[in-house]
Design a protein around this ligand. Sequence first.
Ligand code: PLP
Length: 228
Amino acid sequence: MRLRELRKIADQHGLALIEDCAHALGATYEGRSVGLIGDYGIFSFQAIKHMTTVDGGLLTISDPSQLDAAKRFRWFGMRKGVPRTEVDISSIGYKYNMNNVTATIGLAQLSHINSLVQRHIDNGRFFDAVFSKTIGVDFARCDTSGASSYWLYTLLSNHSRELEQLLIGNGVSASKLHRPNNLHSIFESASIDLPGLNAFYGRLLHIPCGWWVDEAQRQQIAELIQRG
Ligand SMILES: *Cc1c(COP(=O)(O)O)cnc(C)c1O
């Protein structure tokens, strides 16, 4: 995430910089939370993220004068609290609002979200330390200015398939997770060779490092990979 460089390019060309922080809650860049470097940051609170409101998310905006427009965009172009018969819709809006039930689920997590994110970070750093000394295994590294919040742990190995089988056989939910967009048939007509992405995809394997992985489990995962 070379955000500093992206910020510079955006400033040079008068472009808005949007940070996809979907699974980066708790990550920092140059000591500040991600989402604060761009003009906008978007975090996901979907069911499987660090913090969840079952679905929904959070938008950060650097220019406070845009808040009102963002609120109207979120809800049919209307301001909440203004009677419907008096409201004047002057811009496009959608139904992107969060409801009170999901908001309550999110609010209840605020008291302990830091410790949950910290468990991800502790597990991630544990794996970094182990795999930096394991021959044949590497991991996705971030820019030295950034600190990951390790939503999932991304291993890189020439034997990712065999490792995946070994881990699954031992009850660890390892997977490649997604298929790259360039491999889907809907994009077939625009398909081009992406050698760097194909090589990266071939080597990657995601392993769990979330708050539910305890010290014994992370040790077991590390030993399985070292053995494999
Ligand atoms: C989860 C995720 C999304 C999707 O988030 P939604 O809240 O479901 O829209 C988008 N981008 C990345 C990188 C994600 O991890």
